[in-house]
Design a binder for this molecule. Structure first.
Ligand SMILES: [Zn+2]
Length: 148
């Protein structure tokens, strides 16, 4: 019983941390919406204190086009206990400093977002599903929906 309560407590703490991170990032989204016309990129910002995961460390400092449809898939939090945020970068800054904006493919986004279990089926397609769709696209075939 004590073990079960400890597990439940940990699950609740994890869920709470994800909700807090989502709320912080959604709040930032509202702010970015207000400067939508001036926004040139999102820059990934991780806390590099030795507790970061390899994915967040890899993403840290990278710039993404806010109009790339795959960007929302990797919006922080990337996983439970993720402390990352998107930083808004203005178009002027992107042009002045010739910032390299990443080409975030669907496969890359799905790979980064594979630990976003809370998105469920409605969220990001699996890496396997994307690879299959990409192979079919390259083969020039029409992708058919599987009967459910
Ligand atoms: Zn993170």
């Amino acid at each position: 019983m004590a073990g079960l309560l400890t597990d439940l407590s940990k699950d609740l703490a994890t869920t709470g941390l994800i909700a807090i991170s989502q709320a912080i990032n959604k709040g930032r989204d509202v702010g970015f919406g207000a400067i939508k016309d001036q926004l040139g990129a999102f820059q990934w910002s991780a806390i590099l204190d030795g507790r970061e995961c390899p994915e967040c460390s890899d993403l840290d400092g990278k710039y993404f086009d806010p109009n790339n449809p795959n960007v929302s898939w990797i919006e922080p939090p990337l996983h439970s206990r993720c402390r990352c945020i998107y930083v808004g970068v203005l178009k002027d800054e992107i042009e002045s400093y010739e910032v390299p904006v990443e080409d975030l493919t669907r496969a890359d986004a799905a790979n980064y977002a594979r630990n976003k279990w809370w998105l469920g089926k409605a969220g990001v397609p699996s890496v396997k599903e994307i690879a299959k769709a990409e192979a079919a696209r390259q083969a020039g075939k029409k992708i058919k929906n599987k009967p459910k």
